[in-house]
Design a protein around this ligand. Structure first.
Ligand code: ZN
Ligand code: ZN
Length: 367
């Protein structure tokens, strides 16, 4: 049984409790997850008797390459997607069809309702996303590769950095080095933030020369065979100093918080408890207020996936989840520090997928 076939079977196993006899998958990432199809503008109709991909002529060849085992319904240029859905559902005999509430516009819903006559739509949420939380072997190995590419790329960039390079130049070179190593691109636009800009958790790289900044926060990741990595390191430039006593104390606290959270990760542990492990350390160091965001998130086909590792999260960790652990502290006008790794939840606890050194002394750059 292929990986995508197994994934579709897991979704079909949930039809009875959901009260549906078919699921119309309209989210592009969910379509990819369940079929391997790498194009866009296409839906899946999943039924216990088989799965049909609904697409158009641009993707006929792509479908033959990516998912030859599926039934196909290709619409001519004169036919709209909702009309194709109408005819495929009419032929399928499905009566109660699940739709993805989070991934269908109201306009499309109205068109589908007009095109599908007597079908009863059943609103569903997170049916496929719940499956996507637990990674299978191929997903884990692709994520490992995405992490490896990101780490080697950053090492290459750091080894050839000059003080006159700008944040934007460095972001560009991180992407280039990842692509050179086989990535299809960045999993998100890299953050390269020098000095006080590092105090902005979602900063956009600017034209500042990094040699003048003192502190360099880099948040980057590779996209590889569809899968993402997401890492952060914060460096101090030896030429400028380590940012003083406050920086050193804050760095030690963030690292301690990150290690405490990773230590806590195991199946059956609540995501909120993992967040609390990190937050508790920072609070003890008097820096709880400076930790402006939640601790982490799942990664996979998308850079932000379920589960959320947050104080408000009601999710429980399960073996096969891959999550980021990224505590940070931010002092406006001064500096910010974040340390982020990717962690696989395993039967016995967890495995750190990213290994780039992260001690204060490891993270001093000589330019
Ligand atoms: Zn990140
Ligand atoms: Zn992240």
């Amino acid at each position: 049984m292929s990986d995508t076939h197994k994934r579709r079977q897991t979704v079909i196993d949930r039809f009875d409790p959901l009260g549906i006899d078919a699921l119309l998958v309209s989210d592009e990432t969910n379509v990819r997850y369940l079929s391997g199809f790498t194009g866009d503008s296409s839906y899946l109709l999943i039924q216990p008797s088989g799965t049909t991909i609904l697409s158009d002529g641009r993707f006929t060849t792509q479908i033959a390459i990516d998912c030859p085992q599926l039934q196909t319904a290709i619409r001519p240029p004169s036919q709209a997607l909702h009309d194709l859905v109408g005819s495929v559902i009419a032929d399928s005999g499905a009566r109660r069809v699940g739709i993805e509430l989070n991934h269908l516009s109201l306009a499309m819903y109205r068109k589908l309702t007009a095109a599908c006559g007597s079908v009863q739509w059943i609103e569903t949420t997170d049916v496929v996303e719940t499956s996507r939380q637990i990674k299978d072997e191929i997903e884990i190995s692709r994520t490992r590769e995405a992490v490896e590419i990101a780490e080697r790329a950053l090492e290459a960039v750091l080894a050839s950095l000059s003080p006159t390079d700008t944040e934007r130049e460095m972001a560009y070179r991180i992407e280039a080095e990842m692509r050179r190593r086989g990535a299809t691109g960045c999993s998100f636009p890299p953050i390269v933030a020098g000095g006080s800009a590092a105090a902005l958790p979602h900063y956009h790289p600017d034209q500042a020369a990094i040699g003048e900044t003192g502190i360099l926060l880099i948040d980057w990741g590779a996209q590889h065979k569809g899968y993402t990595s997401d890492l952060t390191r914060t460096y101090s430039l030896a030429t400028v100093g380590t940012g003083g006593d406050k920086y050193r104390r804050a760095y030690a606290a963030v690292l301690e918080a990150q290690l405490a959270a990773i230590e806590r990760i195991a199946p059956g542990v609540s995501a909120a408890a993992v967040d609390a492990a990190a937050r508790g350390v920072l609070e003890r160091h008097g820096m709880g207020e400076a930790f402006l965001h939640s601790l982490g998130h799942g990664i996979g086909l998308q850079i932000h996936e379920s589960p959320r590792i947050a104080s408000s999260s009601e999710q429980t960790l399960q073996s096969g989840m891959i999550v980021t652990v990224e505590p940070g502290v931010y002092f406006a006008g001064e500096f910010g520090i974040r340390i982020e790794d990717d962690v696989l939840v395993t039967d016995g606890g967890c495995e750190l997928l990213s290994r780039l050194p992260k001690g204060l002394d490891d993270c001093r750059l000589m330019l």
